[in-house]
Design a protein around this ligand. Structure first.
Ligand code: GLU
Length: 494
């Protein structure tokens, strides 16, 4: 364990966990795990007006589902608890006090109306810097007290330098430089006593010993503010890696409008968590520009922040579906059975018989190669969980056959299958292939009729394996019922 490497994921509980957030979490987690460091979750709930009920739990559920674990966090605690910013207000207040005492911050009593007027005037004049005009910077103690006595609660503003540059060597974007005079004295502590993102994130990243800050590129404009806050508080900065933006296929910002944007939508669609992790890890990172299918273990071994790209990544739904199919195909029988079982528990399919874990284990190897998502399994194996198959007599009769020949065919197959000692796919295959030849029909014709007779589906998993899964009793009974269907259909007027 490398005690020096500590990364955090810092969600704001303001809505449904978006896949963009989860991509950020995955990068931080992969890097921490790769380096044997720690990964923690910190809830950034300082904007009380945007808080959404249940959002923290939804976020943690999404992360857990996708396969991320954490060493410290709001639910598991840890040595630096609490991990929720609204419970750390004393710390922000005491750090703000330090800034005020050293002359780097000051209370501001300006009303929102005044601030809006100032801004409007600046815009009309075409000023280079739009922002606070330092009206309260030189207030005397007595003036401040007078405002307080009138009941005005101040904000605390951080004093940005008038000149010079703020510099950062970003792991992904390289050398970043910002002219300080273009940044106004921003609010660090709001009048309700809550910190802004800038103050809270810097204070917590320092106090929580974060070694690498990984965050979305949209936060890059706050770099000069954060550089100056670290300097004013007398702290070394962690390393920073800003992550490229995820765009929708039309190159606009990815949002709900583009279909599923929340992680749980993908779970409900039957995407495997490891496939989603794989796909999201490729949004802005690549191992070598060509390797695409990686398990979580392989990702941990391969991941590094210095291979994160600067270019925006475009979300490609078809590629995610393709990757999901690949992961499904490569899953072990046990893994696939567990995934199907879990998927069916969450969203029970419309079967006559409720599938259990054992049944899922039976059908998993049958469907493996035919799945793009877990959703595709149920229609393929409906027959397996049906008490009564609704066989369509017309479908039993294959192209080039008639009812009479089909009846004879099914009867021969029935009688031959009834003789089998071992009812497994291999024996069934070695029996049925020569039988078709003996009867003068194509193997496809025999299997086609058998498929409809035993599954009532035109599409099913491979026939020999399906019959094995059904077992001799159900197979033979279905064939007998199909034969009866054919004869009653023949007897009834057209
Ligand atoms: N709370 C911020 C967000 O949800 C986190 C930004 C950061 O990682 O510093 O985007």
């Amino acid at each position: 364990m490398n005690a020096q490497i500590r990364l955090r994921f810092a969600p704001s509980p303001t809505g449904n966990p978006h896949i963009g957030n989860v991509r950020t979490a995955i990068f931080a987690w992969l890097f921490a795990r790769k380096r044997g460091g720690s990964f923690l979750i910190r809830v950034e709930d300082t904007d009380q007006s945007r808080r959404t009920e249940g959002a923290v739990e939804a976020m943690l559920d999404s992360l857990r589902w996708v396969g991320i674990d954490w060493d410290e966090g709001p639910d598991v605690g840890g040595p630096l608890a609490p991990y929720t910013q609204s419970e750390r207000l004393d710390l922000y207040r005491s750090e703000t006090r330090r800034l005020i005492d050293s002359g780097r911050a000051y209370p501001c009593f300006c009303s929102p109306e005044r601030l809006a007027d100032v801004r409007r005037a600046q815009q009309m004049r075409g000023d280079e810097t739009i922002g606070y005009d330092r009206h309260c910077l030189d207030m005397t103690r007595a003036q401040q007290d007078a405002c307080r006595a009138r009941g005005v609660q101040p904000v605390v503003r951080f004093r940005m330098p008038d000149e010079g540059v703020s510099v950062m060597e970003d792991i992904v974007f390289g050398h970043l430089e910002f002219e300080n005079r273009l940044y106004d004295d921003f609010v660090a502590l709001k009048s309700d006593g809550f910190p802004t993102y800038h103050l809270a994130s810097v204070v917590d990243d320092h106090h929580m010993g974060i070694s690498h800050v990984t965050r979305a590129k949209e936060w890059m404009p706050s770099v000069p503010r954060h550089v100056q806050l670290y300097a004013a508080l007398g702290w070394d900065m962690p390393a920073f890696a800003h992550l490229p933006v995820i765009l929708a296929p039309d190159r606009s910002k990815l949002s709900k409008r583009h279909g599923a944007a929340s992680v749980m939508d993908y779970r409900d669609m039957g995407v495997l968590p490891e496939a989603l992790m794989n796909y999201l890890s490729l949004l802005g990172w690549s191992l070598d520009g060509k390797t695409e299918i990686l398990t979580p273990e392989e990702l941990i071994a391969a991941f590094d922040l210095d291979r994160v790209s600067r270019s925006d990544a475009v979300f490609d739904f078809d590629k995610l579906m393709w990757l999901n199919g690949q992961h499904l195909r490569r899953s072990s029988d046990t893994r696939l059975a567990r995934a199907i079982d879990k998927f069916w528990k969450d969203a029970p399919p419309q079967f006559d018989v409720t599938p259990d874990a054992r049944a899922a284990a039976r059908i998993a190897p049958l469907v493996r190669n035919r799945l793009k998502t877990l959703q595709d399994a149920a229609p393929l194996v409906k027959f397996f969980f049906s008490e009564d198959l609704h066989v369509d007599a017309e479908q039993l009769v294959q192209r080039g056959m008639d009812a009479e020949r089909t009846t004879a065919l099914l009867q021969s197959a029935h009688d031959a299958l009834a003789q089998l000692d071992t009812f497994d796919a291999e024996s069934i295959e070695s029996l049925l292939r020569p039988l078709a030849a003996d009867l003068g029909v194509k193997v496809g014709q025999l299997l086609g009729s058998l498929r409809v007779a035993t599954t009532a589906q035109k599409v099913s998993p491979p026939m020999f394996e399906s019959l094995e899964a059904l077992g001799p009793e159900r197979t033979l009974e279905s064939i007998r019922k199909a034969i009866a269907k054919l004869s009653s259909a023949a007897g009834s007027p057209k």
